[in-house]
Design a protein around this ligand. Structure first.
Ligand code: CP
Ligand code: NVA
Length: 302
């Protein structure tokens, strides 16, 4: 595996391989076993959007693997003043061993990988969030003991999280149900991919139907980063697209809840449901660390 640009590029075996390594690294981490698998290596982390989890987990993860991470903010890099990404890619390739980038357009991430000669990891674009979904799958497998055959239901905006959950969930053998408002559907490329999976993919605006017998319920903010100007319009469009007691009642009695965070209580999820499932949600946040360490070892290791 050279890069992690989007889950569409990975095989089922590659995804499971990352999850297995992540489990091992988590076990070692919890038991004080050092694993300096990226000793002496440097990861550059380009951030064009805010972050708590992605920044801290990549930086800490790189340190635990024996390397170092450089936080490269859009405000300080020449990229923020218009230096082309093609040039940034070629320059960084001369200094460091890998790049993690969080930005708006997927094309920017793909261009970095094309023009540079070092591994590139997508830390979120408007199109997808592969690192998050690897941590989600790791958490679901930890709690449920398997992935194959489970029903994952996502309620909310059909953007980055929905796109990656559809691809990741279907590839590992889950049934994926998506409930989005009509004007906020997943990307056409992802819908085309999902067609191959027949009735394992369910797309509806009926929240109760989507949640029926779900093993995992997932949601994300109504207004993503970069869309703040539309926030009032979105509050109206997404009203009701919420994980609440009624949605939980439609799911299996032992259904778990996942949220990539940050969460907006009483918008996409009620405070009551959030707190009742806080352990699962914060396990998920923790697993960003372990899953990303596995990704870094896969793409930046020998
Ligand atoms: N879930 C996630 O990516 O969190 P951050 O935006 O805090 O990195
Ligand atoms: N959909 C959210 C995810 C944040 C991790 C956003 O893009 O802001």
């Amino acid at each position: 595996m050279k890069h992690l640009l989007k889950l569409l590029d990975l095989s089922k075996e590659e995804i499971i391989g990352i999850l297995n390594l992540a489990d091992q690294l988590k076990y070692e981490n919890k038991n004080g076993i050092e694993h300096k698998l990226l000793k002496g290596k440097t990861l550059g982390m380009i951030f064009q959007k805010s972050s708590t989890r992605t920044r801290v987990s990549f930086e800490t993860g790189m340190y635990q693997l024996g390397g170092q991470a450089l936080f490269l903010s859009n405000r300080d890099l020449q990229i923020g003043r218009g230096e082309p990404v093609q040039d940034t890619a070629r320059v960084l390739s001369r200094y460091i061993d890998g790049i993690m980038i969080r930005t708006f357009e997927q094309k920017e991430v793909e261009d970095l990988a094309q023009y540079g000669s070092i591994p590139v990891i997508n830390g979120l674009t408007d199109f997808c969030h592969p690192c998050q979904v690897l941590a989600d799958l790791m958490t679901i497998r930890e709690h449920k003991g398997r992935l194959e055959g489970l029903k994952l239901t996502y309620i909310g905006d059909g953007n980055n999280m929905a796109n990656s959950l559809i691809v990741g969930g279907l590839k590992v053998g889950m049934t994926v149900a998506i409930a989005c408002p009509d004007d906020y559907q997943p990307d056409p490329v992802v819908l085309e991919f999902a067609k191959e999976y027949g009735d394992k993919f369910i797309m509806t605006s009926d929240i109760q139907a989507a949640a029926k017998d779900a093993d995992v319920l997932y949601t994300d903010v109504w207004t993503s980063m970069g869309e703040e100007a539309e926030s009032e319009k979105r509050k109206k469009a997404f009203a009701g697209y919420q994980i609440n007691d009624a949605v939980m009642a439609a799911a299996k009695s032992d259904a778990m809840v996942q949220h990539c965070l940050p969460a907006h209580r009483e918008e996409e999820i009620t405070a009551k449901v959030f707190e009742a499932h806080a352990d699962e949600i914060f396990d998920e946040a923790e697993n960003r660390l372990h899953a990303q360490k596995a990704v870094m070892v896969k793409v930046m290791g020998e």
